[in-house]
Write a protein that binds this ligand. Sequence first.
Ligand code: LLP
Length: 440
Amino acid sequence: MIVTQNAEMICENLKRNESGELCFAGLALSPLAKKYGTPLYLYDEERIRHNCRTYLNAVREGFGESARVMYASKAASFKRLYEIVKEEGLGVDVVSCGEIYTASLAGFPLENSYFHSNNKTDSDIEFAISKGVGYFVVDNAEELFAIEEIAEKQGIKQKIMIRITPGIDPHTYAAVATGRVDSKFGSAIETGQAESITALALTFPHLELCGFHCHVGSQIFDAEVYLATSRVMLSFAADMERKLGFITRDLDIGGGLGVRYIKEQPVLDIKETILTVAKEMKAIATELGISLPRISLEPGRSIVADAGLTLYTVGTVKRIPGYKSYVSVDGGMTDNPRFALYGSPYTILPVLGEVGEDSEPCSVVGRCCESGDILQENVPMKADVKRGDLLACLTTGAYHYSMASNYNRIPRPPVVMLGDGESYLAVKRETIEDIVRLDV
Ligand code: LLP
């Protein structure tokens, strides 16, 4: 039975039972480690569904029934996830042939997808068209010519949206900020390129321009960022209507809502944020004298992050007197590169027993031959932490499995789903034989 919830329990689906063991999605973690081995990615299926429904209900309430939520599947992409997202009635944002192919294997209706990327190759374009991708989000003018040519050859008219760089700085970490004028993504309003690509798109017979898209960044907690973005995008739409007679049917304002990795971070109210943005967008559209286009959002992280948890087994514990202590685990930057890349904060907890007064701060590190292979610094650790103990790293559902690598030829962990008090495999554990499979 699940009994306690203390301050470290940063997500609702995490509890300790009466024997002090951590439980995720209602299941104790040690038996899962025993059954599937570690490192292990776990996903709480109900939480993914809950997050999908929160978004869908909020956009429908705020923007009307036609509004759409396109799950940004770069956050986590595997067949089972596309099936769940499909069952929940969301569309998807895909960025590569690999994501398109995975979604198609899951039976995802690809007419309900947006294909992104700042550099789609001709073969990407051909593949996406052959799979019936609904909309291409066109990044630049060159790409327009390429899609037109391939659409003409295939005898189709391809729906497109144009990715606009609105010139908004989301004040998040630099690697994920994409809305600034100097971004590698999209065509900027400030430079006039957004207008010229719109005018150009309207001249192509095999392209159907439906509207505009933007995404300004990720891990954003401030609704103001979306309000400012909406104002810029709607003003641009009004401008295009006035100058080119083009009426924007679809407008996507991207993803990026922040999630809680550590207790010092807030829990963002998704519904409230969306309703605030919707109210403001309606007012802005009225002020500009245009009708509000059909709105779509593209969340990735906030759909899957808090549905994920990674389990590790402790190996070497090294204390360097007068310096620091290291707790090494059987995973690391290969299954979670986010600290190495962005210095991202995480909550790491022992699976058995809570951290007491006598805790010592340790660096939790991986097993790669690289000093930067760190999962987190200054993690409070039980004084008697030892080889064989289990550790849980929380909020690992987004950009973990999808960013995992085989550095040092380390196989990637399996993905196990938890639902209705049961567990099942969604992605098998990679083996060393899998790793050499392509070597000739
Ligand atoms: N739409 C577009 C066009 C995007 O580029 C992204 C994320 C999203 C939607 C979804 O954003 P989200 O809701 O997940 O914040 N690897 C980094 C995150 C990179 C985000 C890339 N684009 C990380 O681990 O923090």
